[in-house]
Design a binder for this molecule. Sequence first.
Ligand code: BG6
Length: 491
Amino acid sequence: MTAQIIPVQNFDIVVFGGTGDLALRKLLPGLYQRFRDRQMPEAARVCAVSRREVSSDDYRSSVRQALTEHVNADDLVPDEVEKFLRLLTYVSLDANGSKGWPDLSEWLASGVDKIRVFYLATAPELFGPVCARIGSEGLVTEQTRVVIEKPIGKDLASARAVNDAVGAVFAERQIFRIDHYLGKETVQNLMALRFANALFEPIWNRAAIDHVQITVSETVGVGNRADYYDHSGALRDMVQNHMLQLLCLVAMEPPSAMDANSVRDEKLKVLSALKPIRPGRVEQATVRGQYAAGAIGGKAVPGYLEELGRDSSTETFLAIKAEIDTWRWSGVPFYLRTGKRLSQRASEIVVQMRPIPHSIFPRDAGEVRPNRLVIRLQPDEGVRLYLMSKDPGPGGMRLKTTPLNLSFGETFKVRYPDAYERLLMDVVRGNQTLFMRKDEVEAAWTWCEPILAGWQESDEGPEAYGAGSWGPTGGIALMVRDGRRWVEPGT
Ligand code: BG6
């Protein structure tokens, strides 16, 4: 069980791309967990649609199988699984043709007064056409919301086109642009840490902070997503969305309230204050890498090009020195680093404080290291604050770095819901706080575009790094040049 459950109103959800990976791996397991926890009402209904010809019974069997693969064995209660499966219907539908639309309309007609959610777990090219069709079929009620997944465009112009197409059918208050990082428990804890404690605000600025590091490292390669990934790369796949959102939560001014527009207004200000990395500066401020063959956890893994089966200059690793032109952050770099096939799966935010102004200790007391706050997003969620303390025992003053360690797993002995579980319930509640607003997405693209342009102009491709390493040497040099170094996750 999760800690506390606030039931949501009755709803119908239509999942486009219902047979796809996202639906089977995340959305249906997420809904099952909310159902099992009694948050999702027993009268809620789920309609999965996709082009494939499958009967509802066969679809339920594939969901049953998906639940056994993607839900913890302890959470799989056979009776609950069967009850949940009874809420599912499948409609075979052609997004661009006529097949299936009458069936979908008929299914929805028996729930006109309910909250209605259209979840577009499809290729982004379909966002516009599917929304237009939902509109022309008359399926949008006052209580309807639409959820779209990233990637929202591949540059500013295409992101605007998607936003315009979706916006032609739905009002902004009905559009939920999901960034699943915002649904992660520890990402929200970042807001609790900053705004529910008076301790941090006075030091959360250029006077006390030397720099910030945000690392999202993965051990997985691109596997069967190679075709999507090769047109995307780390900048579009991870930085334009997840990493910039994390940066915003660290850097934003305190919002006046925890409501959707107050929070998103503050994030937008950060995105708009990011110093542009113009093509001429791209070489100094960014480092691209691409994984070559190597070993992870003692197991040999192939390189990116071998997985892809052709040549490519797509980056699977990216390090960026970002700067924010505001009074609070001027002169405090935010170093971002993300990559596939790195040494560990870990996401951490490191807030590195400045050194003390003057040491009163004798030299043999040891080095006085600057304090460091580490927010561990996954796995082993928690917060560590590194302080200097006296090494216990006789023998004079010896200084030692000691972590104050708050492990959320050990402190709160509850199951952490998957990001999608929370976000799906927020959609039903109509709470957009953890979803990206149109202008945020566009501001993020505005910052990313000159980087893409700079890479295009450059003769250099990404630097190779061995799978299982911490990325290319250029990534390390990016910080060493500034007299700093990356903090390895978990240390
Ligand atoms: C997705 C990216 O948005 O996030 C993937 O498309 C990436 O490439 C994934 O692997 C990482 O998410 P998480 O929750 O596993 O950190």
